[in-house]
Design a protein around this ligand. Structure first.
Ligand code: DQA
Length: 149
């Protein structure tokens, strides 16, 4: 299994950005733990972070047909609440995905309650802190139904 982890805007600041909301673990720490976990689970993990909506759309498209990716774990950051383009990209490549948020988006500002992705996601994880990445990867590696090739 090949899994692509996508982190959207401002997640490069994980660990220093609003630590009371997102904790003090950096994205580098998250990614290196995830890589270690992936090798124990015998899955291939690729990681991609971008602050740019179009770059995320391009990465999703590249993962699609012939891209050698079976499932995506995506923390779309603020694009969760705004991006029809990221939704369309995921649907366009028919890629099963887990939507992940570090914080509990339902316990915050009302505009964070709506997601353009949740109704199409295989699973939605929020509020587990960075532990959500561990849970998402375990699920994607062991239990997620992926497309037949
Ligand atoms: C987030 C939640 C979003 O509302 C926010 O814009 C983020 C991070 C999270 O991981 O909790 O950038 O996706």
């Amino acid at each position: 299994r090949r899994i692509l982890l996508i982190n959207g805007p401002n997640l490069n600041l994980l660990g220093t950005r609003e630590p009371q909301v997102y904790g003090s673990t950096t994205l580098d720490d998250v990614v290196s733990s995830a890589k270690e976990q992936a090798s124990k689970l015998s899955v291939h993990l690729e990681s991609f972070q971008s602050n740019h909506e179009g770059a995320i759309v391009d990465r999703i498209q590249a993962a699609g047909v012939g891209g050698g990716v079976d499932a995506i774990i995506i923390n779309p950051g603020a694009y969760t609440h705004t991006s029809v383009a990221i939704r369309d990209a995921l649907l366009g490549v028919e890629m099963p995905f887990v939507e992940l948020h570090v914080s509990n988006v339902h316990a915050r500002e009302p505009f964070r309650k709506h997601s353009y992705l949740s109704d199409k996601a295989t699973a939605v994880i929020c509020g587990l802190g960075v532990h959500g990445y561990t849970v998402a990867l375990e699920f994607a590696a062991k239990h997620m139904k992926i497309k037949d090739k």
